[in-house]
Structures are given as C-alpha cells and as structure tokens.
Design a protein around this ligand. Structure first.
Ligand SMILES: *[C@@H]1O[C@H](CO)[C@@H](O)[C@H](O)[C@H]1NC(C)=O
Ligand SMILES: *[C@@H]1O[C@H](CO)[C@@H](O)[C@H](O)[C@H]1NC(C)=O
Ligand SMILES: *[C@@H]1O[C@H](CO)[C@@H](O)[C@H](O)[C@H]1NC(C)=O
Length: 828
C-alpha cells in the first residue's frame, strides 16, 4: 500500500502540484476526530464540494479518512494504527486524493501519522530456562531473546536490565543490521552446592512517555559437577567388640557426606589397606556398616586399626581410621601342665614331700586370666604356689599305706572370670609299703585241748597272725619260742609249722604225767628289719580212762599173806577193814566204786559201795570158818570202765596165837622174829651210807637230764615218739613209777578226791613184795583204816621170802630216793 501511495503520489504529483494539502495527526485517534479543514485549506466553497460531488479516492487502500462535504472537514473514519500501517517506516503518511467533477479537479492530500507510545516492549516468551553446569567458566555467554517494541524512535525499545545480577551481567552488542544482541555473561562462577536454582528478571524498557516495559523470567538451573569429595563425619572412629561376637555383628557405622548431587554425591565405602591379613576380618557395607566377618580372638589380637575410604562415583574419596578394641571374654580354660610327678612315694615320707609340680596358664586377660588352684579335700596333701603360675603338691600329714594305698589327687584350677572357667587333672599316687606293722595274732592268747594218748604228729590247732603291710612285709612265719616244760624243751612237745601256723603234737601226751603246759609262738614278718609279736598258747591235755584203779590196801602180793582179824565178839557192822584204791585218772575216770565179787560167806560181809569199807552184816558165830576170803572188785566210772580186784583175807579169831595156829601153814619161816632186830639194826646202819649215795644219784640224774634236753633241742626233726624214761604200762601190775606217784600226792590239794590218803600223822605200812624186782616199790602214807580212836595201832611187817633182807634194804633205798625226789622237785 505504501508503495502504491507513493507511486500514486509520484505519478500524480507533477500534474497536481498545486493545491497540495498536508496534515499530521497522531495515530490511534478516535473515529470522527477532526483531521483538518480541507475545504478551507483548498480554498474551495462548500457548495463546490457538494456540487462537484467531492469524494476521496484512495485507490484500493483502506479509507481511514472520511470527507465531511457539508462542513468541508476531514475526519477519522477508521482508527489508524501507525504500527499496522507503516511498521517501522517513517514518516508514515496516508496519501489520498479528493476528486471533484464538473470540473474535474483532483487535490492530493497527505495525512502524516505520528507515532505515539502505545506499545510496550514485548518478549516473545515470558520465560526462558537455562541449565548451566556449575563448572561453567567466567565469561561464558548465554544469548537472550530480544524484546520487540513496534513503536519507533524514542517510543521504541531502549534498553534492558537484569536483576539480580550476582552471577551474570548483560551485554549488548550492536549488530550489523543495526539490531542489538543481548547476551548474559557469567561474571562469577556458579556453585550448585550453594545455589542450585536461580531466577532472573530481564526487563526491556522503551523511551516513551510514559515509559513502557516488558519482562521475561529467566530460570537458571545449576547443573552439578563432581567437584566435592566425600567427607567423613569423624576422622577417627572408635569401637569395641567382644571377642565372642558372631560373624556378621555390626561393629560401628561410618559415614561420609558428599555435597554433590546425584551420582556425584553417591558415596560407597571400602576398607583401605590396613594391617596385614586383615582383609577378611571386617567387611564394610555400602552404607558404611562395619561388619565382623571372621571370628575374633582377644588372645591373638587385642586391637585393630583399619582405614576406611569413602568414594563417590566420580572417584573422589576421603579416608578415616577405625580403631577397634577387642573385648576379652573368659573363653579360655586354665591349662594345667604337669611338669613332673611321682608315681609312688613311701608311706614314711615326711610331711612336706613334694609329689608333683605343675604350671597353670590362662591366656585371658585381667581376672579372666587370674587362676587359683585347689585339690580335693580329705587327702593328706596340700597345694602351694611356688611362684606365679607354678604349683606344687606336697604331703601335709603322715601317710599310711594300710589306711589308703593310693590317692587320686584332683587339682582344679579356676579363673576369676564371670562365669568362671575351670579345668582339672587327676594324679594317681601310689603309697609304697614300709614294714611298719608287726603281725598281729587273731587272739591275745590261745587255749587248746588235746586228748591224751594222741598219735604223735597230730595237728592240734592253728594260730594265725595277720600283718597289715604288703607283700613281703606281710609274709608271716611262725616260730616256736624256746622254753622248757618240766625241764624239757618245749620243742619236744610241740612243733609249729612256719608257714601255716599249724601246731603239731610231737609226742603222745599222758594226762597223768602232764595236764597242761604253755609256750609262746612268735609271728615274724618278712620285712627288713622284720617285726614280730608273740602269743601264749596253752595246751590242756584231756584225760582218758587209761588207768585202772589201783588197790593200795590191802596189799596184794603173790606169796605174802595178810589177813584181817575179826574177833568173834564183833558186833554187827564191825569194820573189818577198808579197801583203799586210787585211780590216777581224773574226774569220772577216777570215781571208784567197790563191790563184793566173791566171798566165802556172802551173808557175813558187805563192802561199802563208795568207801570200800568191809563190815560185818551179822553176828559172827562159832560156826563161821576162821578163814574167810573175800574178793572185792574196784571199778572206776570211765567209759569204758576199768577195774581191779583185790582179795581180802579175814581171820575170825579171838587171839593172836589162835591166828598163828590157824596160819601155821601160811608162815614157813618161824625164826624171823629172832632175826628181826638184827636186820633192823643193820638197815639203820646202812641208812647213812645210802643217804650219801642218794645225793650222788641226784646229781647224776640231773646231769643226765640236762644232756638229754640238749640233745633233743639240737635234733629238731624228725619227730619220734618220745616216752619218758620211766614210762611203763601199769596195766595189771598195779605198780606206778615212783616219781609219778609222788606227783599224784603233790597235787592232792587241788584234787582232793584223788588223794584222800595223803595226810600226815597216819600209820605207815611197809610192804615187801618178794616177787618185785626192786624197781617197783612204793611207800604210801595212808590214813588210818580204823575209825575208832581207841583201836590199837598195829605195825605189821610181813617177811614172806628168803630175800627179806634185801627187800628191807631196798625199802630204805626207796625211802631215801623219795627224799631225793622231793629235793629234786624243790631244786627244779
Ligand atoms: C562368616 O564367616 C565365614 C567364614 O568363616 C565367611 O565365609 C562369611 O562370609 C562370614 N561373614 C558373614 C557375614 O557371615
Ligand atoms: C583312683 O582312680 C582309679 C581309676 O579311676 C580307680 O581305679 C581307683 O580306685 C581310684 N582310687 C581311689 C583311692 O579312689
Ligand atoms: C612277747 O610279747 C611281749 C608283749 O606282748 C613282749 O613284752 C615280750 O618281750 C615278747 N617276747 C619275746 C620273746 O619276743
């Protein structure tokens, strides 16, 4: 249009140069506003205008201006926007013609449109976003959009401002086309860590009045750059963990912070190079938990120092130290090591003897490793600590193998941890034997019985001793102690088996010779030196009925004749005589009873069953024979019983001559009365000589016995039956060895029933038996057979053989030998 107007102007202007009218109006005038008085300015009458049908000719252009013909005015028909009409072209004018007819007249009119500031600068976009790395260097340029202000001149865009302008400044660059380039220049480096987002306001202002402006928001996002290393919260971390902690226990947490963002701020942790061999002990998780990965042992390592590193994705890192103290747990039992120990000690070891030495060790620390040791109670041992960790076991009282032959010594060592741990070891200690115990007999004394007439070699009984010691020290042998019984070594009576303690009789015993005896047996052990003890053994010999009763009165001799006289005047119950018998046995075996076995006249006499008294049982008559013959049997009470018979001659007469006449045939030698005195005198003369002789005999016998005992003592074995020298079988003969006879009497006091006759002051009867060979004599003291005190005492000597003298002699010898025996006993 502009071009058209201009062209139109150029084409027409030379033809219608006159009458040119020009107006200037501001843009944006309201419709109907006056532009100018065209009629007046053209010098035309209004009628002309009307007549000439004046009109505006704009060609094809928009008619902004209207012609008011009635008033001859130009008014705004359409609002004029300069910016729309001309843009940036200046000056901006409307060119049109007013055409008239009749005549045709054409008048060019120019209306210049002037600018008013009706437009503010405007940015195309209201906001603009930038993402700028924080690493952007100072001076970096960022292009900004220009604002547009259609106004021109001063009303057009004049300048820009940017607020706030901490980091950026604006720079305008004139461009070749005359425009201006707006740049934002980084004048101070960005730090995302300080400010990540920023908002700036770009304002464009024009120079109009009033001034108009337009803005644009600039959003800046600072992009992160890995410019920050991770930083640990502590330079040193400390932690403690018990040594018994399980695998996987979290020990501590380390943490490092990284100011960067996103992946640049992502921190991972690693364990750096630490002490040797630690690589597997701990592991660290990605989030910084330090985790136990292997068993700990305080006893090996008490402290760990490890370095941990924190690394971000960009590889920046930091490191820190973690000090881990391992806490002790009482997890080690005390270890007992026996350094040396005795297997056995003697029971005589003194108190304080060292039995064993040991060391005790507990690797734990403090109280967990503090150890005390004890041993079991009730043993004679004590434990002492010689130096730290060393202990010895010593005896603390006397030992006695016989009480306890071995000990199990249990040593228990306990530490002081909570809970405490302990360990123990047991030592077996043998107590070896010392010969400190003598054999002990089972009884304090022994008594044994043996029936007489035993077989030699018979085992009587057994003594037994025990020894509390051991083995050889307890091997007991039995030894017969040397002693003598009745002057004979005891070894000739008994022997003792050394091994078994069995006591054997060496000989056959005769109760009538020996009733009891005692001896000592010693028990000796095999120790060195040996110990021994002894015991008394009493052997009692029991009686057997091996001796028949022996009739002492009346004396029975083959050829002699003894008769009792009974006066014819004797009353009934007259004591004729008394049969006196003894039995050397004892007890029942010596309990005698008397019976009449045969009699000339059974009706005349009786015998007292108990006392042997022969009494008349009726009045003697003249018809009774002078010579009466009674056979009395004496029986003992043994089982079986033994007996002896005696023949008693009784003479029934009134006077001695009568008796003699009756017994003439009995007495062959009448001259003996004449010789009697002579022999008596002779015998008395010999007494003195014999007495001397007896003394010699005593000495001889004594020497003989002594020698015999020596022989027996030396010849221990073999055992041979031993009989006393004067032993003889008295069965039937009624004789006794005088020595033994004496002994019977000597024991009268204790056995009154055996020896009633042994009283002093009684009648002596001397009987000479012509049939005796000289060794069998006897003298007996016996009680008077007469009970009545006024009865005459008779001395009756019967000499019935040719050898009466010798008999008398031997009687005397016997008398003295009795004396000798008496003396001998006293000596013994
Ligand atoms: C536990 O210990 C074993 C080896 O003793 C090991 O293989 C394992 O990884 C450890 N760690 C954890 C957390 O279980
Ligand atoms: C000691 O121990 C051993 C073996 O255990 C046992 O045979 C013995 O009888 C014990 N001794 C004592 C005195 O307890
Ligand atoms: C026998 O034993 C007693 C003590 O029981 C003692 O006194 C005596 O000496 C011993 N005799 C012998 C011969 O050993």
């Amino acid at each position: 249009m502009k071009g058209q107007v201009l062209l139109f102007f150029l084409v027409l202007f030379p033809r219608f140069v006159f009458g040119q009218v020009s107006y200037s109006i501001p843009e944006e005038m309201a419709k109907g506003s006056l532009v100018g008085y065209i009629a007046q300015d053209l010098g035309l009458d209004v009628k002309r205008l009307q007549a000439g049908r004046a009109r505006i000719h704009t060609g094809d252009n928009v008619e902004y201006i209207q012609l008011n013909k009635e008033k001859g005015l130009l008014v705004i028909k359409e609002k004029v926007d300069r910016e729309a009409l001309c843009g940036q072209t200046t000056p901006c004018a409307l060119h049109f013609q007013i055409a008239l007819e009749n005549p045709i007249e054409i008048f060019p009119v120019t209306v210049v449109i002037t600018d008013i500031n009706d437009n503010a600068p405007v940015f195309e976009r209201e906001e603009r976003r930038f993402e700028i790395s924080e690493s952007a260097v100072v001076g970096s340029k960022f292009m900004l959009e220009k604002a547009i202000d259609p106004d021109i001149g001063l009303n057009g865009l004049q300048s820009y401002t940017l607020k706030p302008n901490d980091n950026f400044i604006l720079k305008m660059n004139s461009q070749s086309d005359g425009g201006k380039k707006v740049e934002m220049i980084l004048q101070k480096s960005l730090d995302r860590e300080k400010q990540e987002y920023g908002s700036l306001l770009l304002t464009a202002v024009d120079g109009g009045e009033p001034q108009r402006s337009g803005t644009m928001q600039i959003h800046i996002t600072v992009l992160d750059v890995n410019d920050n290393a991770p930083v640990f919260t502590q330079t040193v971390y400390k932690a403690e963990i018990k040594e018994n902690s399980v695998n996987g226990t979290v020990i501590t947490k380390v943490s490092a912070s990284d100011a960067d963002k996103g992946s640049n701020g992502e921190v991972s942790y690693v364990i750096g190079n630490s002490m040797r061999g630690l690589s597997n002990v701990f592991v660290i998780t990605e989030d910084g938990h330090l985790v136990l990965n292997a068993p700990l042992d305080y006893e090996k390592v008490q402290k760990y120092e490890i370095y941990v590193e924190a690394v971000d994705r960009g590889g920046l890192s930091d490191s820190s130290k973690v000090i881990i103290d391992v806490g002790d747990i009482n997890d080690n039992i005390p270890v007992i090591k026996i350094i040396s120990s005795s297997i056995s000690i003697g029971e005589d070891s003194p108190s304080g003897t060292v039995v064993a030495v040991m060391s005790v060790n507990d690797p734990d620390s403090d109280v967990n490793g503090k150890v005390g040791c004890t041993i079991n109670k009730n043993t004679p041992f004590a434990i002492t600590s010689t130096s730290s960790n060393f202990y010895s076991i010593i005896t603390d009282s006397d030992l006695d193998r016989e009480r306890a032959s071995d000990y199990n010594i249990t040593v228990t060592c306990t530490d002081e941890g909570v809970p405490s741990l302990s360990s123990s070891v047991t030592l077996n200690l043998q107590i070896s034997d010392v010969n400190d115990n003598a054999p002990v007999f089972e009884r304090s004394s022994y008594e044994a019985y043996i029936v007489e007439n035993n077989t030699p070699g018979l085992s009587v009984f057994t003594v037994k001793a025990t020894d509390a010691d051991w083995n050889q020290n307890a091997r007991v042998s039995y030894i017969l102690e040397d002693s003598s019984v009745n002057g004979v070594p005891v070894s000739s009576y008994v022997s003792v088996s050394a091994d078994s303690g069995v006591i054997h009789a060496v000989r056959s015993f005769d109760y009538e010779q020996i009733k009891d005896f005692h001896f000592r047996v010693r028990a000796q052990d095999g120790g060195s030196p040996p110990l021994s003890s002894n015991v008394t053994v009493k052997i009692m010999i029991q009686d057997q009925n091996d001796n028949p009763p022996q009739v002492l009165y009346p004396v029975q001799t083959g050829g002699s004749l003894v008769a009792e006289m009974v006066p014819r005047s004797a009353d009934v119950g007259y004591l004729v005589t008394k049969v006196v018998a003894v039995d050397v046995d004892s007890g029942q075996n010596a309990w005698l009873s008397y019976k009449l076995q045969k009699a000339t006249d059974r009706a005349l006499f009786e015998v007292g069953l108990q006392n042997g008294e022969i009494r008349t049982i009726r009045q003697v008559t003249d018809k009774d024979a002078v010579k009466q013959r009674l056979t009395v049997i004496v029986e003992d009470n043994g089982q079986p019983s033994r007996s002896a018979t005696v023949i008693v001659n009784v003479v029934v007469a009134d006077s001695f001559p009568e008796v003699l006449s009756e017994f003439t045939e009995l007495t062959h030698d009448k001259e003996y009365n004449d010789n009697l005195t002579f022999y008596l005198v002779l015998a008395l003369a010999v007494v003195s000589f014999l007495f001397i002789t007896c003394l010699v005999v005593i000495i001889s016998v004594k020497i003989y016995r002594w020698r015999q005992s020596r022989i027996l003592y030396h010849s221990n074995l073999p055992v041979i039956p031993y009989y006393p020298p004067r032993y003889s079988d008295t069965l039937g003969t009624g004789t006794l060895p005088h020595v033994y006879n004496y002994e019977v009497c000597r024991t009268t006091d204790s056995r009154k029933s055996d020896c009633k006759f042994g009283r002093a002051g009684s009648q002596n009867v001397l009987i000479m038996d012509p049939s005796s060979t000289g060794t069998m004599q006897r003298i007996q003291s016996e009680k008077s057979i007469l009970d009545e005190p006024d009865s005459p005492l008779e001395v009756r000597i019967n000499i019935t053989s040719q050898t009466a003298q010798y008999n008398l002699l031997f009687s005397l010898v016997f008398f003295f030998s009795t004396l000798e025996s008496n003396m001998y006993k006293c000596i013994m």
